[in-house]
Design a protein around this ligand. Structure first.
Ligand code: KIV
Ligand code: ZN
Length: 520
């Protein structure tokens, strides 16, 4: 097939590099949910994980490989036989498997980390690609820390791995050190000096340590790169990776500059971003480009005046183009089960009858206390009601007394297994008292690492979305809750975190996973 020179391939590494960012670890079930959404979003390649890292990673990659049909599924492997064999075992059932193997190319890494010579590392890179090619013709190679490598050694390595059979060569800015002009020049240098480039796709993988990941990727594209490695919301190691939504919308909005296209369905961008936030509990900063709460909010009077007269005055892309709808109000008190099911279908969620019933009950409950129900509210309910295992703990009722003259006190009843248990807790505020009551009831005392509150939508009746991170054996789990009463939302998030701990304990054996690894 003739290569389309104007197409930029989107390689999503949210489930691998993204998952390495603090607080973003996901269990297998969550990874599967996200992988399905990435496929719907239209990403060309899903890097599903690093199969050698743990049994949990292996199992997640294997399961994703089985269900994803349209996107390619990549497994990461260091340049050695054990890693590559393991990666292949995990992805071999994919419709379109890819092995992504890597080894460092910078003298800094060779001297201090690998303690190997350039010749030795080159040999290992070639052998790794040849081994990977014995399994599949879809092999990607990355010279790690490429941007701090000797340019001519990099040319030698890229050329050697192409000869060995790599069809995609990825140039990582592993430590986020490069700047746009320099990185563009490096890509141009490779095209000018790698004599056997042929149809090889040059990919880039930029980290955001200097806030330049997207700019660096664009500069590389300008100089011939045709695959970008990126993550939803830009999550990833340290300061993160190139944000998928930013690179895609830059190419789309500035088609006049680049003349290139991707196969991303941009109207799925916002939904993908929201889903990731729901899963990890890590919120997006309000001023984040494309998906932040303020990304399309115009505050200044002059801007608002211009927008009323003609949108093009201050709007370079429409919220609808990334899947943020103007007509947010979707459901209310009188919406029936059929209307809810139909709206969910329109949003792209096909649920079983039982799941729709559970969501419908919650929508009614919410409609009693909140006038308008938005897509985001529905998604919060959906996540809570459909994507969970059997819960050990649930909230029956919560009553909180607080104020500037009372000692904050929470009285609470919970179901613990089949038992109903009641107790109270004191604290220095209503949330603290609620958490104390939960600890008393469940007889647990996991340290609380993080507690975050966000308003899902605007307005004083907005649902509060809360995230609680608990620590266990030096590892952490995230729980989420949503409710118009932020104290109830906080209790739900805490209880969700406890249930997730229980779920992981129960499933550790089934997944052949060390609990400690799964909760990294
Ligand atoms: O940042 C990096 O170099 C990586 C490689 C494994 C591609 O993540
Ligand atoms: Zn990386």
């Amino acid at each position: 097939m003739k290569k389309d020179k104007n197409r930029v391939y989107i390689f999503d590494t949210t489930l691998r590099d993204g998952e390495q960012s603090p607080g973003s670890s996901m269990n297998t079930e969550e990874k599967l949910i996200l992988a399905r959404q990435l496929e719907k979003l239209g990403v060309d390649i899903i890097e599903a994980g690093f199969p050698i890292a743990s049994e949990g990673d292996f199992d997640a990659v294997r399961q994703i490989a089985k269900v994803i049909k349209k996107s390619q599924v990549a497994g990461l492997a260091r340049a050695n036989k054990v890693d590559i064999d393991r990666a292949w075992q995990a992805i071999k059932n994919a419709a379109r498997p890819r092995i992504h193997t890597f080894i460092s190319s910078s003298d800094i890494h060779l001297k201090y980390q690998l303690k190997k010579s350039r010749e030795q590392v080159l040999k290992e890179a070639i052998a790794a690609v040849k081994l990977a090619r014995s399994y599949t013709d879809n092999v990607e190679f990355s010279p790690m820390d490429a941007t701090r490598s000797d340019k001519d050694y990099l040319v030698q390595m890229v050329s050697a791995v192409i000869d060995a059979g790599a069809v995609t060569v990825n140039i990582p800015d592993t430590v986020g050190y490069t700047i746009p002009e320099e990185f563009g020049n490096l890509i141009a240098y490779l095209f000018a000096n790698v004599k056997n480039m042929g149809d090889t796709i040059i990919s880039v993988h930029c980290h955001n340590d200097l806030g330049l990941a997207v700019a660096n990727s664009l500069s590389a594209i300008r100089n011939g790169a045709r695959q970008v490695e990126c993550t939803i919301n830009g999550i990833g190691e340290r300061a993160g990776n190139t944000a998928m939504e930013e690179i895609v919308m830059a190419l789309t909005t500035r088609k006049d500059m680049y003349g290139l296209y991707t196969k991303i369905k941009t109207d799925q961008i916002y939904k993908s971003s929201r889903l990731l936030t729901q899963i990890t509990g890590v919120p997006v900063q309000p001023n984040k480009a494309i998906v932040g709460a303020n990304a399309f909010a115009h505050e200044s009077g002059i801007h608002q005046d211009g927008l009323i007269k003609e949108k093009i005055t201050y709007e370079i892309m429409t919220p609808q183009s990334v899947g943020i709808s103007d007509t947010h109000i979707v459901l209310g008190k009188h919406s029936g089960r059929a209307a809810i099911a139909q709206h969910l279908k329109k949003m792209g969620y096909v649920l079983s009858d039982e799941q729709i019933n559970r969501v419908a009950v919650k929508v009614k409950d919410l409609a009693d206390v909140k006038k308008d129900i938005y897509d985001e509210d529905l998604e919060a309910i959906l996540y809570e009601e459909t994507y969970r295992g059997e819960d050990k703990y649930s909230l029956v009722y919560l009553n909180v007394v607080s104020g500037n003259v009372a000692i904050p006190t929470a009285t609470m009843e919970m179901k613990v297994g089949k038992e109903v248990v009641r107790d109270a807790g004191f604290g220095n505020g209503p949330v603290d008292a609620t958490f104390a009551a939960i600890r008393n009831i469940t007889k647990t005392s996991y340290p609380l690492l993080k507690y975050v509150v966000n308003a899902i939508t605007g307005g004083s009746d907005a649902q509060g979305e809360t995230m609680v991170q608990l620590q266990h054996n030096g590892h952490s789990v995230v729980g989420r809750g949503a409710h118009p009463d932020v104290i109830v939302a906080s209790a739900k998030a805490y209880i969700n975190a406890l249930n997730r701990l229980e779920f992981l304990k129960d499933n550790a054996k089934r997944l052949k996973v060390e609990l400690s690894q799964e909760m990294r």
